[in-house]
Design a protein. Structure first.
Lengths: 250, 250
């Protein structure tokens, strides 16, 4: 199944991702990957619909130390929508002069909301459709970008609607915070300086924090499955929504 | 000054860019670069606000053979807006279920259109503001994505409005066609199979077409300055708008 990974930090953190696990498991998650890094309000999005095993984009991401406060990554195993660039997560839209990034793990059956035209999917996944609907409803609910806590309330009302149609584990960020909604499977961890490498030998993704961290640094991670064996990851409850701000659960 | 480069081809063309010239001229165009590649309706956007000389993203673009039918590239020399990722061209928005990519060479003074909220700039450049206004006006003019020729008429009405505020050489693509508007400086060329490398030793950008082209292949290039000395580049007239479809001027 798809893998989600989110990071929220209180200071732009030098982070490097590794797709090492994929190199030996080419049969899984072969349908592409994507990583979005916020740098202030700016955004870098690396996507590829080829396996991370052979993708030169994955190779760049592995070698490129990116300082970011909010990251969303996704490794895809296609369930709906063909394997194509336009169906590769994360998806991005602009709202209220900010970029919004969304990635989804799961499968929605029969979710067919009415879209008024402000946000429309480019590809043909249930995920991008749900994201466009979510952006549309956020735009209707607030005239401008609301405080993080207020946005959490709106999301708590909206996210159960698509979630009623299937499995809807998802990550959302606007560069200020990371929202995570669990339908079936999601874990989180808050870490502090000093950071080592967080890795699980058997996993697809690992994340390494650079050596240049300071004592005040805080980082929160959200992942489909715990990335490390020896740290206290907390499982989300089904239906739980969490927001991470400044590297801590909000 | 900034450099624009656009490519439109009748078949996804294996294209590789080179920033070789920049390696020896670090003082110019040091404020970032960006390249957007359409693959069907999907999009890859590589941006960096570091010089192409040192950027690992530029290094990837140089080594990565990307098959695309529409490409827009931009090398930035900042005039308005600080050097930051959110100010790096090309800019992207979604409209009518398609991605739209825009890059601008020039400087607008005092262009302050009213934005209704559907499209708002994330950064603080005159270029992104003009793009958001353009998307807003296109959304008002058509209910859904219009035929290319009709869109050309709408753009011919809209583009002179920001252009009245300064220099407005720009490229726009939705993956179906490439629109190019000249205010002061822009050149185009239509090429056919067999393709060689198009390069000017003294230039910042060169573009190489892969060996695997077929006799029916056609490619149009648009660039601030001609990329080659020995081909018949045509200069745009001031105020001229051209659309390229299937690798040929439309």
């Amino acid at each position: 199944m798809c893998q989600l990974l989110g990071m929220n930090a209180n200071t732009p953190t030098d982070v490097m991702f590794s797709f090492a696990g994929l190199a030996t498991r080419a049969d899984e998650h072969k349908d592409g990957f994507g990583i979005a890094f916020f740098e202030d309000p700016g955004l870098r999005l690396f996507v590829d619909h080829h396996s991370a095993r052979v993708s030169p984009v994955a190779d760049l991401v592995k070698r490129f130390p990116i300082r970011s406060g909010n990251v969303i990554a996704h490794i895809r195993k296609a369930t709906q929508g063909r394997v194509a660039l336009q169906n590769t997560h994360p998806f991005v839209r602009e709202l209220w002069g900010r970029y919004w990034v969304f990635a989804h793990n799961g499968d929605l059956k029969g979710f067919a909301p009415r879209l008024h035209g402000g946000f429309r999917p480019v590809g043909d996944t249930d995920s991008e459709l749900a994201f466009c609907w979510l952006m549309q409803e956020l735009a209707k609910a607030h005239a401008d970008v609301p405080p993080i806590s207020e946005l959490r309330h709106t999301l708590a009302e909206l996210l159960p609607i698509p979630a009623a149609y299937g499995t809807f584990n998802c990550l959302l960020s606007n560069g200020q915070a990371l929202w995570a909604h669990c339908s079936t499977q999601l874990h989180w961890l808050a870490r502090r300086h000093p950071f080592g490498a967080a890795h699980l030998a058997d996993d697809d993704l690992s994340v390494d924090f650079g050596a240049l961290t300071t004592p005040g640094d805080r980082v929160a991670l959200v992942a489909t499955q715990p990335l490390t064996r020896d740290e206290a990851w907390t499982a989300f409850a089904p239906g739980e929504l969490r927001v991470f701000v400044g590297g801590q659960p909000g």
